[in-house]
Ligand binder design. Structure first.
Ligand code: FAD
Length: 491
């Protein structure tokens, strides 16, 4: 069989490795850290378990499809269930909205809490579905870089703007036009953060994102989010993939414009194809500084990063659910701070995830595991040691006021992740969560391709390349990459 080497075992690296193994490749994965999963990591102690990265799980059928495509039975590897409630939303003035998974119930809740006719929300979601299906077909499911006609900027722009649907401006502008009520607009503006972008800049076409959560649904993986990575790792092992942990690739070696090996310490490992699951920026900068690089693509603005606090809390809060949002009073200012001032403002929106609500023993009896995420700019050398305690104080004050209890005195386990740690632990350039940003229409859809334009035999997968970051897009990308390799090496 042909030999393949995958650099990195993030979700896309794992999925690409499994797919190639099932196509008959002899696959080796080199992973710098001690565990598979990359950003889908674990934090905690014997009492509190935390998923360190992703907490929201949509499109689980992509994992079923992956396992099925590899000739195995999905339920032998992975299980999940659908959530009845998507999210609990809290505003500073005491307004509360429970976003039911069932869209009719959600629309009725919005009608009774905000006096917005239910029909308004239902037609918004109907349009989301239409826009999602369209973008999925045209942009997400194939290597659009191999379809030259799409590359013309004007063609691309006219497709994305879909003038008939009024998608010419920003997501915020579109939401304002469709929904009017400031709280409902803020609720739907938040979906920009699902790809690390700014609702006041990212194009209106991103109004397709709520389709995943409110038309298809949100899910919970049995055993927690890290189990997603563990399941695909097990699948890859069963298909014969060989893993080398604590093994950092230092160079991609090439000869006559063909990538032929990776260097690890003093060892050279040769392969017919090499796939980098490492962020594309450090892949060019550190693994092959001698090669030509697509400078314009590498300079695309990055998606946002995050500051995450992991708190073991010795109390239960029945008013909270798996996903909770405590909105800021001024959303525009919040994003201006992140994307223009490169800092975190004084009143950040708080995302609070509590996986112990799922009753799988992630916290001791009577306690909860709080994962608190604040959107943050990428690491460009800010004084994080000063910023982190300041934000921590703001979060404690805001949650204590909102929940009517002193939160700090309830914390009995604590850890954190910041843009620096995300960058150093997963080699994600600037610690961005989703690779290149989506504020600009072109960078949203014209990310780095899944193959190298300069070196034969070199491919890419993961959040920093086409079609983008987040678990679903990483899985779609892995399929595109594995199929490209199969096509390129057929016969
Ligand atoms: P990564 O997870 O980035 O992993 C890359 C791997 O490559 C790492 O294991 C790294 O150690 C390894 N590596 C790098 N360089 C080398 C080298 N030279 N040699 C060997 N190995 C190397 N997505 C969602 O869908 N839902 C969410 O709710 C969500 N929330 C998030 C919250 C946080 C805090 C974070 C950090 C991310 C979140 N995301 C979410 C985004 C999601 O986690 C990522 O888009 C996705 O996991 C990226 O996967 P990847 O395949 O690109 O690889």
């Amino acid at each position: 069989a042909n030999k393949a080497i995958v650099i990195g075992s993030g979700i896309a690296g794992l999925a690409t490795a499994a797919r190639l193994a099932s196509k008959g490749y002899q696959v080796q994965v080199f992973e710098a850290s001690a565990q598979p999963g990359g950003k889908l990591g674990l934090i905690g102690d014997e009492r509190y378990r935390f998923d360190s990265g992703p907490s929201l799980f949509t499109l689980p059928q992509l994992i079923d499809q992956l396992i099925h495509d590899c000739g195995r039975e999905p339920r032998d590897y992975f299980n999940y269930y659908q959530k009845d409630t998507a999210c609990h939303y809290f505003w500073p003035d005491g307004t509360f909205i429970k976003a039911y998974a069932d869209k009719e119930a959600f629309a009725e809740e919005v009608q009774s809490r905000l006096q917005v006719p239910a029909q308004k929300l239902l037609s918004y979601l109907k349009r989301s579905a239409f826009i999602y299906r369209y973008t999925e077909k045209v942009f997400l499911r194939r290597s659009l870089h191999r379809f030259k006609s799409y590359l013309h900027r004007d063609t691309l722009a006219s497709i994305i703007r879909m003038p008939r649907l009024g998608l010419g401006g920003s997501l915020h502008r579109y939401n304002h036009k469709m929904l009017q009520h400031p709280k409902l607009v803020q609720l739907f503006d938040r979906f920009a953060t699902y790809n690390g972008s700014d609702p006041f800049q990212t194009p209106g076409v991103m109004s397709s994102i709520p389709h995943l959560e409110h038309n298809i649904g949100t899910f919970y993986p049995k055993g927690g989010m890290h189990q997603i990575a563990r399941s695909i790792y097990q699948l890859a092992l069963d298909l014969g993939v060989e893993f080398h942990f604590n093994t950092k690739v230092e160079r991609i070696l090439s000869k006559n414009a063909k990538a032929y090996a990776v260097q690890v310490g003093n060892e050279i490992h040769e392969a017919d194809v090499i796939i980098s699951n490492m962020d594309v920026v450090p892949t060019y900068r550190y693994l092959m500084p001698q090669e030509k690089a697509p400078e314009k693509t590498l300079q695309q603005e990055r998606s946002s990063s995050a500051l995450i606090f992991y708190w073991g809390i010795k109390k239960e809060f029945p008013q909270l659910d798996l996903h909770n949002i405590f909105f800021s009073a001024d959303y525009e200012q919040e994003f201006k701070a992140i994307f223009q001032e490169q800092t975190i403002g004084d009143d950040p929106t708080i995302y609070l995830n509590i996986s112990s609500k799922e009753g799988e023993g992630d916290a001791p009896e009577g306690c909860e595991n709080w994962f608190i995420l604040i959107n943050a700019p990428g690491n460009t050398g800010q004084d994080w040691d000063a910023l982190i305690p300041k934000v921590r104080r703001q979060v404690l004050d805001k949650l204590s006021a909102s929940l009517n209890v002193d939160i700090e005195s309830l914390i009995e386990y604590e850890d954190y992740l910041d843009p620096r740690r995300i960058e150093s632990r997963t080699s994600s350039y600037q610690g961005s969560l989703y690779g290149a940003g989506s504020n600009d229409t072109f960078s949203a859809f014209l990310r780095h391709p899944n193959f190298s334009r300069y070196l034969q035999g070199l491919y890419f997968c993961g959040g920093s390349v086409h079609p983008g970051g987040g678990i679903p897009l990483c899985l779609m990308g892995a399929e595109i990459t594995a199929n490209l390799i199969e096509e390129d090496y057929a016969n």
